[in-house]
Design a binder for this molecule. Structure first.
Ligand code: PLP
Length: 413
């Protein structure tokens, strides 16, 4: 660990360089030296076209270019403009009419929504529970706030969602603390691409029903990739289950405009609550506003206006959704191509459904990825395997990657 000079570490482990950005920089350096065609950069968490260029929805870009100065220059209310809040709830829930009390609070991307959840629904020193394959910023967010992430095994030996381990780990943690935030990233989970099935959701419900009812449980569903998993309505079919959770469970949704509207750099998302009582919903608004004020104050107005405009104009909305559908189909083709090539060469994948990423279980990920880097293939080594961004490489590359990964794994055995 690096010694601090002036800064105070406060129990956080602060690396010199973000791991993924570091790998990405090495990929860029190799491209500069050896040319684009020699390098596969499967590290990036953004949807790129087959030439490696960022895809930006032209329909969203048109709205952006037509914003009046006031529509981006003026401060927005801390919890978001009224039009945005109505639009983002629609965007997350679509045709589902929630029975509970639904409120939204704007955040700078899904990241801010996760941050405000941890800040308000867990106590200092608490553990937050996530799957053992998880997006590493969960750990950063928790540690920044004096919490930590503990994990349950995402899959059992039959490669099925492991509700039994979720139950075991939640029970263990709840022996030590009064509250528990559980984060489930689905559909199209990062880093595995897995989506919880209806059966999995029934399992989650049973687990939550079995936990001590005097404890306060917050279930945060991180839906950052929901519009890149497949049919946008079908992939929202789990929403009713969220309202069947017991009284001591509060359901929150972390929504993001980064991927679905290609507004990554505009920093816009929302934390949405589906509360059982009006008091809980009112409290949600109060605590979110306080935390937002203390962390980033108000969020950018421009993306809020963009979403509100899209939802106020059915023709424009259809245009944006159609354009996204075309890119989603491209991404789904890449995923299928990767899965097929992996099956053909005998490369084991972590259960995969759809989305930006797929993962390969591997006992020495650092060594295997270092070997692949020498061959010009850049992946992200995780604790339990390798993450491949299929969002950032072509279908053709998806066909060739599995055998190259397998060969590197065999060479490092
Ligand atoms: N959750 C997961 C699992 C993610 O992978 C991401 C983005 O990479 C996010 C949430 C939110 O991202 P952003 O803050 O850019 O909206």
């Amino acid at each position: 660990m690096e010694e601090m000079i002036f800064a105070s570490e406060q129990g956080r482990v602060i690396p010199k360089e973000d791991k993924i950005f570091g790998i990405n920089n090495r990929a860029k350096a190799m491209i500069a030296e050896e040319g684009k065609e020699k390098v596969v950069n499967a590290t990036i968490g953004a949807l790129l076209d087959d030439d490696g260029e960022l895809i930006v929805l032209s329909s969203v870009n048109d709205v952006f270019k037509n914003l009046s100065p006031k529509e981006f220059a003026e401060y927005a209310p801390i919890s978001g403009t009224a039009e945005f809040k109505a639009a983002v709830i629609k965007d997350a829930l679509r045709t589902y009419e929630a029975k509970g009390f639904v409120e939204a609070s704007v955040t700078p991307g899904g990241t801010g929504a996760i941050r405000n959840t941890v800040a308000n629904y867990s106590d200092r020193g608490d553990s937050v529970l996530a799957a053992d394959w998880y997006w590493s910023p969960y750990g950063t967010i928790a540690s920044e706030q004096g919490r930590k992430v503990e994990t349950f095994a995402f899959f059992n030996e039959e490669r099925k969602f492991n509700a039994a381990d979720l139950k075991k780990r939640a029970e263990e943690i709840l022996k030590k603390q009064q509250r528990l935030v559980i984060i489930l990233n689905t559909p199209a989970h990062n880093p595995t691409g897995y989506s919880l099935t209806t059966e999995d959701w029934t399992g989650v419900k049973k687990v939550l029903e079995s936990l001590p009812d005097e404890k306060k449980i917050t279930l945060l569903v991180d839906v950052a990739y929901i519009d890149f998993a497949g049919d946008e309505d079908e992939y929202r079919s789990f929403l009713p289950v969220l309202e069947e959770m017991p009284e001591n469970v509060l359901t929150l949704i972390s929504h993001s405009l980064s991927k679905a509207y290609t507004l990554y750099g505009m920093r816009c998302g929302a934390l949405i609550c589906i509360a059982k009582t009006e008091e809980t919903a009112e409290e949600f608004k109060r605590v979110c506003e306080f935390s937002s004020r203390a962390s980033w104050s108000n969020c950018p107005r421009a993306p809020q206006t963009i979403l509100a405009r899209i939802y106020s104009d059915p023709e424009l909305k259809a245009k944006v959704f159609d354009e996204r559908k075309g890119y989603r189909e491209m991404l789904l083709r890449r995923g299928k191509a990767f899965e097929k090539a992996a099956a053909e060469c005998g490369l084991e994948m972590v259960p995969f459904d759809a989305g930006f990423f797929a993962s390969i279980p591997c006992s020495n990920p650092d060594k295997v990825s270092a070997r692949l880097e020498k061959e010009g293939i850049f992946l992200v080594p995780l604790a339990k395997g390798l993450r491949v961004s299929i969002a950032s490489v072509s279908e053709q590359v998806c066909c060739m990657l599995p055998s190259r990964i397998l060969a590197a794994m065999k060479a490092e055995e």
